[in-house]
Design a protein around this ligand. Sequence first.
Ligand code: CA
Length: 355
Amino acid sequence: MGVILLLLFTSILSFALELKDAFPYLRFKNPVLLLEDPIRKGVFYVVEQRGAVKVFSVNSKRSQLFIDIRDRVKSGGEMGLLGMAFHPEFEKNGRIFLSYTNKDMYSVISELGPDKKEKIILKVKQPYSNHNGGHIVFGPDGYLYIGFGDGGSAGDPLNHAQNPQTLLGAILRIDVGKEGSYRIPPDNPFGEGEGRREIYAYGFRNPWRWSFDRKTGELWVGDVGQDRWEEINVVEKGKNYGWRCYEGFAPYKLEGCKEKDFYTFPIYSYPLKEGNCSIIGGYVYRGKLIKDLYGWYIFGDYCSGRIWALKRKPGNIEVKLLFDTEFKISSFAEDRDGEIYVIDYKSGKIYKLLP
Ligand SMILES: [Ca+2]
């Protein structure tokens, strides 16, 4: 393990990039997610934390309200409508999945059919208001992946992330085959009695934003740190990513923990200094417009507004600073062409990464 920052160097990128206002007529209220319509190219959806989803096409002068669940959503801080995903066969079945904090402080995963009637699939009580996680994404295997934080407060006081008997502090994987319910994929890692069968990987503090590399299928997770280290993990089934025993590569609270080699450590970790506070996981760039970025993982930090690109090379990790912005980055997004967008939570504007 101790290869933490082996041969790491940070450099300013040698070619020019631009962040362009992607939807110049539009501004959103606390946007946390951008998705492109799976059928209609150039039609986009923005998820607003308060419980609304707006739809518009790329040059629209205004957006329309597409989903409104404000009556059920508790919003503010790290709570709210936090995730949305289209079923892989959306064109056939019209199923849309949502992830939000409800008025009773449960994290809820639900679905809307074409009639927009809501069916709740899964609910987990949140003991504290922070670390809701809440991102949901269909993986290349067709299963729905769900990220939940450790339940909140600080230091994981209820030990959720290391306890596989709870769904908190974990990334789950479920099969939403039948409307309004789910099954456990047969190759999920925990058998009966070993841990919650929904769990795909655990030991996370707050896996807020994460994505699958559309070329390799790898799952890249930004896990938000406590006081010292932010993490990027490439997540594999059944592994324990260390939190509350470890923060980044550093021991945090080792009481009751196993030998160090039981845990899987991040591929990259950066310190909470110079204004950095929360990693915002992004995407491995697979677009066409910026050839020099192909295969680089783009990520950022909520507080500092910095945006970096990272590449794994044999024996080392290279990280380049792309931008030092004034944004409060809530999320990155990827369109159908693999081009990357940055969401500024503060101004409600969305920017596209261009050469
Ligand atoms: Ca970790």
